[in-house]
Design a protein around this ligand. Sequence first.
Ligand SMILES: [Zn+2]
Length: 68
Amino acid sequence: MVSPKKLANGNPLCWHCLKRLVYKRGGGFTYREVVDGGGTVHRVHHDCERRVLGDGVRPIASRPGPSP
Ligand SMILES: [Zn+2]
């Protein structure tokens, strides 16, 4: 079981495969965000995104990053 607290503490996991997201050189994590039928946002690997889409799960349009 993964506690929500652990997720909030900077150990982001992929919603699909439950492995850690990829740490990006220079800071931050690289991931895709999707939203399920209930409006909950989940983070997934880029490669996992297409596997979770459908069945009420939609991609979130890419947003401008905090900094280039
Ligand atoms: Zn994944």
